[in-house]
Ligand binder design. Structure first.
Ligand code: FES
Ligand SMILES: [Fe+2]
Length: 423
């Protein structure tokens, strides 16, 4: 079901008024205006989405020279490609002649990228190789017409991009989660499965849903049976603290139980959010599967199940939930005012053999079903929020604390880019 969200009398002055009013009530959910305004959507893309570090793909998905994937963000597309020198690069999929999309297929292998319109040819690194009949243009400088490049880093096989050429460093902040994340040896892991869930709702509703577990007990029966995260800490503390006390020793990984959080307004630079914590599974369960029992071989350096799960954030929109035998990555990207792509990627050990060591249906069961449940509740959330009669209520101080943290960053970012009227 597609919702037509609109806000007719829109202006920068209106936006600023709404932001100032909302910022004065930091403990309250956002005004519905922020889910209905095309002006807001445009400012979000410009100042927030295209200035943030975003997970693109796993390096193993483009192993050979010329292998590439498109990454679609809003109405834009990036090409992420393996170059001749083995490095991975990202560039805008926009021809430097008159702007046609150079590459239409979602994934594939190319020796060069040839624009379908007038045939300009680009090397894998984006430089312009040939432009037909331009020898009659004495001032034409091919070095000035390469595909526009996008910042791109590879962290343990996880490739992130940032469309802001002036973005701050991301690899430095990521080093703070190296001990626990390194345990999974993601650089040598493989993608067991990935799926894009298109959700007909504004991206903030999808992200906000991911950032809180207040809904877990009521919306996710299978998840709630296994994960203590659905409870207040006063209730789950004995299980979590016992798990943390044994985690490093049982898994054989120093720092497995590390807790580190610098996200949103606390990030080292804009959009360079980094977070890790480990939380407990109920006694008798060891992983995130249908019955809480192993579904794949232990990953990386991990020696045994500690009854815990690793929670990660990398950038404002990319997350991981890592169990000793498999990892699940989430990434949320706006596609329009009322459409969001939720990408879910399941990783297993690189040498695990499908059918012998794991079964895709078993590995993906819990988070596939949980994502469908989320889609259902987000759609209902979207319908209510898009009503002119919605009056936002208070955030829960513990369950919705992270969500409140995101909203504070969101409001601050928009406010900084929405100057007061000068006349
Ligand atoms: S728009 Fe690409 S060659 Fe003309
Ligand atoms: Fe959920």
């Amino acid at each position: 079901m597609h919702l037509i969200a609109t806000h007719v009398n829109d202006s920068m002055a209106e936006l600023r008024t709404k932001l100032v009013a909302d910022s004065a009530q930091p403990g309250r959910a956002m005004d519905p205006y922020f889910y209905r305004s095309h002006l807001v959507h445009e400012l979000e893309l410009e100042h927030l989405i295209f200035k943030s570090w975003i997970y693109a793909l796993h390096a193993s998905e483009i192993p050979e020279t010329g292998d590439y994937q498109l990454l679609e963000i809003g109405e834009d597309a990036l090409i992420v490609v393996r170059c001749e020198d083995g490095s991975i690069r990202a560039m805008h999929n926009i021809c430097r002649h008159r702007g046609a999309r150079v590459c239409e297929q979602q994934t594939g292998n190319r020796k060069t990228f040839v624009c379908p319109y007038h045939g300009w040819v680009y090397e894998l690194d984006g430089s312009l190789k040939a432009a037909r009949e331009t020898h009659v243009m004495p001032d034409f400088d091919s070095t000035q017409h390469g595909l526009k490049s996008v910042r791109c880093v590879d962290y343990m096989g996880l490739v992130f991009v940032n469309c802001d050429p002036d973005a701050g460093d991301f690899l430095g902040p990521l080093e703070n989660i190296r001990e626990p994340l390194g345990a999974y040896d993601l650089a040598n892991a493989k993608v067991a499965h990935r799926h894009t869930y298109r959700i007909d709702a504004n991206w903030k509703l999808v992200l906000e849903n991911y950032l809180e577990c207040y809904h877990c007990a009521t919306s996710h029966r299978a998840y709630a049976k296994l994960h203590t995260f659905k409870d207040l800490y006063e209730k789950s503390a004995p299980i979590v603290e016992a798990m943390l006390a044994r985690s490093d020793e049982v898994t054989g990984v120093d720092g497995m139980s590390k807790h580190y959080t610098k996200t949103y307004n606390d990030a080292e630079s804009f959009g360079a959010c980094v977070h890790t914590m480990r939380y407990g599974l109920y006694d008798g369960f060891v992983t995130g599967s249908q019955d809480g029992q192993p579904v794949a071989p232990l990953m990386g350096k991990i020696k045994d199940y500690d009854g815990g799960a690793g929670d990660y954030q990398m950038g404002p929109l990319s997350f991981m939930l890592n169990y000793p035998d498999h990892c699940v990555l989430y990434r949320f990207l706006p596609r329009s005012l009322t459409a969001t792509d939720a990408e879910v990627v399941w990783f297993v050990r690189g040498d695990a053999v499908e059918g012998a060591d794991y079964n895709v249906d078993e590995v993906t069961w819990l988070w596939h079903h949980t994502t469908l449940e989320d889609e259902y509740i987000i759609m209902r959330n979207s319908m209510g929020v898009n009503s002119r009669f919605f009056d936002p209520g208070p955030y829960h101080p513990e369950f919705e604390a992270t969500l409140k943290h995101f909203v504070a960053w969101y409001r601050k970012t928009l406010l900084a880019n929405c100057p007061p009227a000068t006349d």
